[in-house]
Design a protein around this ligand. Structure first.
Ligand code: SF4
Length: 321
């Protein structure tokens, strides 16, 4: 299978007065053509930083090293002019809170004019493309002459998706695209992402979320992030059925199940909280919360072990399997 994105020891930090916050710290991850990969983890684990840094790295975010090979271009070294060229056309992002970021004083047609100007494309062509896209997405054509404030949350999210996919990007990064939506609308929007991929409107998708239930509806692969690192990766159903990393196990156990009375039965959550990424602990970053932690874990960062071809786990427990 051809890879469209390969991250190798990818590192993104934030420069602060107290030092560097190591938000993404040595990530190795690949995304294949036509694949939807779910990127999951608790708030502050670095998943949104990873997503945003690939498309729009801006200070205080700083790419510190490693490689991010996207269709033969190293995104860690790409000049800003070239990055602007590939944005939307090859690589597109729906950032977190995109839903609320559409200025209310602009009609959708005005956004399209801005895009046409920025990309040097005839605006009539962009309007036509948008109409095709909203037709696919299931919105009325009149949306083009509406203000964002006139649209419901679900409609606004669909407009954001239509704008992000105007030029059929090879990779779409969607950061928590359903978290502000009600459950029914969430399901429709999730289905839409699968349809966009299945109809080759987008190539591959990185779907960033903290919600296992939503990622399970659409992703092929799952990457679990903890404290700036990918700690487990594999086929989504396999990882959910048989999580290997102690953090993934805790994350899955913490998901409530319908039909269980949690007044009588306590939900098993993860004890403790993630470490500060300004001064992360030496060794395994999960060690302070891990029931299996041993001496070695507190001293040395565990290697990423490759099991069964492409499944990986970053944990000392699997080094002598
Ligand atoms: Fe737990 Fe050690 Fe594995 Fe870290 S390396 S997850 S502390 S067993």
């Amino acid at each position: 299978m051809d890879m469209i994105l390969e991250l190798d020891d990818y590192r993104v930090y934030y420069k602060t007065l107290s030092g560097y916050v190591k938000a993404v710290d040595g990530v190795n991850l690949s995304v294949a053509e036509h694949e939807i990969i779910g990127l999951i983890g608790e708030s502050g684990c670095g998943k949104s930083t990873l997503a945003l840094s690939l498309a729009l790295p801006k200070p205080p975010m700083k790419i510190m090293g490693g490689k991010a090979n996207f269709l033969g271009i190293d995104l860690t070294r790409i000049p800003w002019k070239k990055r602007r060229e590939i944005l939307l056309s090859k690589l597109s992002i729906i950032p977190q809170y995109a839903l609320d970021s559409l200025p209310v004083i602009k009609k959708i047609r005005d956004f399209l004019r801005d895009i046409a100007r920025d990309k040097g494309v005839d605006e009539e062509k962009v309007f036509e493309r948008f109409k095709e896209r909203i037709n696919f997405i299931g919105l009325p054509r009149e949306v083009i002459d509406m203000y964002p404030i006139e649209l419901s949350g679900g409609m606004r999210q669909r407009v954001v998706i239509a704008l992000a996919t105007l030029f059929s990007p090879a990779l779409l990064i969607a950061d928590e695209p359903t978290s502000a939506l009600d459950v029914t609308t969430q399901r429709h929007v999730l289905e839409l992402f699968s349809e966009l991929r299945d109809n080759n409107i987008v190539g591959s998708i990185i779907f960033v979320t903290h919600d296992i239930a939503s990622v399970r509806q659409i992703a092929d692969k799952l990457a679990v992030m903890y404290a700036g690192k990918v700690v487990e990766y594999g086929d989504l159903e396999e990882v959910i059925r048989e999580p290997l990393h102690p953090y993934t196990r805790g994350l899955i156990k913490a998901v409530p199940t319908l039909g269980i009375n949690y007044k009588k039965k306590r939900l098993k959550g993860l004890a403790g909280s993630p470490p500060s990424l300004l001064n992360p602990p030496p060794g395994c970053r999960f060690a302070p919360r891990c029931p299996y932690a041993r001496e070695e874990c507190r001293i040395n960062d565990p290697p990423t072990i490759v099991l069964d071809g492409y499944r990986t786990v970053k944990c000392w427990l699997y080094t002598r399997r």
